[in-house]
Design a protein around this ligand. Structure first.
Ligand code: CU
Length: 188
């Protein structure tokens, strides 16, 4: 009795040649758009006194026309970042240079998105909010200024927030970090 071995058949594949195939296909995976990391900036509106443990910030709402004037020192939409050391006393000299719109400022928790309106916001640090911050007619009006002072008591990620209806949701916030290692500065 013989066992017949089967030989494998050799198959020839014939590749179809379409001819209308685009020459340059997009790559299967694309690198994410790289955002330039924020860099330490030497700005004249941020001053630290290490001995006195104080920070003084000159903050101008509507300093430029960016974002329909709804910006702080030209920054909006999460751009820029202020860092102050935990325990330092922070004074914000706030003024409104928007030609036609009320603005305010208060220190609140950082959020991925900000609500369209606020009813009675409270600052995370006592004293860290301008007067009547939600009012379109009685917050810090064009040409007005106001100074607020608070102690940055607890390290964490916060934001300076404009509480006038619609402003924070439309980007009128400025990231604000309280560091636990003494670091401070502005990145943008
Ligand atoms: Cu505003």
């Amino acid at each position: 009795m013989r066992i017949k071995a089967l030989s494998a058949a050799l198959l020839f594949g014939i590749a179809a040649c379409g001819g209308d195939q685009p020459a340059d296909q997009p790559p299967a995976t694309q690198d994410p758009v790289e955002q330039a990391p924020a860099e330490a900036a030497d700005v004249d509106w941020f001053q630290v006194d290490e001995d006195a443990q104080t920070v003084t910030i000159e903050l101008i709402a509507g300093s430029t026309s960016a974002n329909n004037h709804w910006n702080y020192n030209g920054l909006h939409g999460g751009a820029g970042e202020i860092t102050v050391p935990e325990g330092f006393t922070v004074t914000i000299n706030f003024s409104n240079q928007d030609p036609g719109m009320a603005h305010s400022v208060g220190i609140g928790e950082a959020q991925a998105t900000y609500p369209a309106s606020y009813t009675s916001p409270t600052p995370v640090f006592e004293g860290g909010m301008s007067s009547n911050p939600t009012s379109m007619t009685d917050s810090t009006m064009p040409g007005e200024s106001e100074t607020i002072t608070f102690v940055a008591e607890t390290a964490g990620e916060y934001a300076l927030i404009c509480y006038v209806t619609g402003h924070a949701a439309n980007g009128m916030i400025l990231p604000f970090i309280v560091s636990d290692d003494g670091s401070h500065g502005v990145r943008m």
